[in-house]
Design a protein around this ligand. Structure first.
Ligand code: UD1
Ligand code: CA
Length: 456
């Protein structure tokens, strides 16, 4: 393939998004629309990526500050041809240019590659057949099948409007031709715009071959103009992602009810039930089972772990064969070793729990180091915050914390210690002993009556 320049058109206002955010910064699968296009562009190893921007441009540039991109501003939107004209000073004489649209997130690199193979000394256009071609530029072919022109919908005759083959907007050609054709564009048409599509007729006049490659994958050329389009593309993107996982052997109960907003890596025999959302980087080891309605973000979940329904996991590592949930919440900085059990309505934050320990019911454990084979009873709370500062709790191996206890940090519960239920522990509890701290006397008032409702 020849030396490559890629021009991405992204100056559109996106009025129909009804948003202050520039259209190309809306997200599909947690990645901005433009990032999808740029990532596709990068797989083609271009010499240069030039983005033509307009509305909200500063915000767009900031979002891609780390990318090696040439930014070109189109001050006024005078049409797609005018947009590409802005990039001319940055095009390399001896390269081919691929034009991509910044609002087509599912753009397919293999289709682009095919187009570029054609572009060698030709003008190559990506087209597709649309049942309802209203609004699109029509590919006008001669009887021989050769492409003669692209006619925009508003300029088309009644007969031309019957044509179903339409222009995707994606095209490729040598720069030596492109630059000349761009300088010859006029805006004498129904919209008073400089149409990029007019280069087809200029190519035909110059006896340069024009080829149109028809793609069958409509979604890969669908642009986003509204929140309806965005929602539709999101589902297509998610379904395609789910299908890839299925092909790798992941069991997904309903591929239409899975959302991966980032990267999900799965081992063998992983099962994912319905309505789970994965964000950031998540890896699931062999035989991991995720039940319905879990939200899992930036997590490493090792082999054999079972996550029961309605569990939230964020920035957490879970060791082999652990059992989590239902209704558990694991917050950032949490690390669980192998064979741990975290049950319902248990919240963990910035805590390390060692092998075989259990926190099964209704507990808050924050800023805590839990040793091996510890049992933390129902309703235990580590009081880690005095209103200004946070302190750590240390619970050593084999400790047993009775239900409804409060451990007021900083505090250490020694190895093998037992804390009696209902204790408020404010000083260190020694190893291998029973420590308790509750109201001394249990009293009974015989004959006591419950209050009665007062009749009016
Ligand atoms: C264009 C094509 C049409 C094709 C359709 C596919 C032209 C004249 N028409 O239509 O043949 O079927 O795309 O969707 O090329 N843009 C700019 N600056 C401008 C105008 C547009 O950067 O001045 C960008 C937009 O941000 C968008 C892309 O170019 O990413 C296409 O513009 P849009 O207005 O959506 O396409 P049409 O002109 O309707
Ligand atoms: Ca337009």
């Amino acid at each position: 393939m020849n030396k490559l320049n890629i021009v991405i058109l992204a100056a559109g206002k996106g009025t129909r998004m009804y948003s202050t955010l520039p259209k190309v910064l809306h997200v599909v699968g947690a990645k901005t629309i433009l990032a999808h296009v740029i990532d596709c562009a990068k797989t083609l190893n271009p010499n240069k990526i030039i983005v033509v921007y307009g509305f909200g441009g500063e915000m767009v540039k900031e979002a891609f500050a780390n990318e090696n991109i040439t930014w070109v501003k189109q001050e006024e939107q005078l049409g797609t041809g005018h947009a590409v004209q802005q990039a001319v000073p940055f095009l390399e004489d001896d390269a081919d240019t691929l034009i991509l649209l910044g609002d087509v997130p599912l753009v397919d690199s293999s289709a682009c590659r095919k187009l570029l193979e054609q572009a060698n000394n030709k003008l190559a256009i990506l087209s597709f057949n649309k049942d309802d071609p209203t609004g699109y530029g029509r590919i006008v072919r001669e009887l021989t099948g050769n492409v003669a022109a692209i006619v925009e919908h508003k300029d088309a005759t009644v007969v031309q409007r019957q044509i179903n083959e339409v222009n995707t907007g994606i095209m490729a050609m040598p720069n030596k031709y492109l630059v000349t054709w761009l300088s010859a564009l006029t805006n004498h048409n129904a919209q008073g715009e400089y149409y990029l599509t007019d280069i087809v007729e200029l190519a035909v006049n110059d006896k340069v071959n024009v080829v149109a490659e028809i793609t069958a994958d409509e979604w890969s050329v669908t642009g986003i103009n509204s929140k309806t389009d965005l929602a539709q593309i999101e589902r297509v993107y998610q379904l395609r992602n789910a299908q890839k996982l299925l092909q790798q052997g992941v069991t997904i109960k309903d591929p239409a009810r899975l959302d991966v907003r980032g990267l999900l890596n799965c081992g063998r025999d992983v099962e994912i039930d319905v309505n789970c959302v994965f964000e950031g980087n998540v890896s699931l080891g062999d035989n991991v089972k995720i039940s319905a309605n879990c939200i899992i973000k930036n997590a490493i979940i090792e082999a054999g772990v079972q996550i029961a329904p309605f569990t939230h996991i964020d920035d957490t590592k879970i060791g082999e064969n652990s059992r989590i949930g239902p209704f558990a919440r694991l917050r950032p900085g949490t690390t669980l070793a192998a064979d741990t059990h975290i049950g319902n309505f248990v919240e963990l934050k910035n805590s390390q729990v060692d092998v075989g320990s259990k926190i099964n019911h209704l507990s808050y454990v924050g800023d805590t180091t839990v040793g091996k084979n510890v049992n933390i009873g129902a309703g235990t709370i580590t009081c880690n915050y005095d209103g200004a500062n946070k302190f750590r709790t240390i619970i050593e191996d084999n400790a047993f914390i009775g239900s409804d206890s409060q451990l007021v940090a900083p505090v250490t519960i020694g190895r093998g210690a037992t804390i009696a239920a209902g204790s408020t522990i404010t000083r260190d509890a020694p190893a291998d002993a029973l420590t308790f701290c509750r109201a001394k006397d249990q009293k009974t008032i015989v004959g006591w009556k419950r209050p009665q409702k007062i009749k009016k």
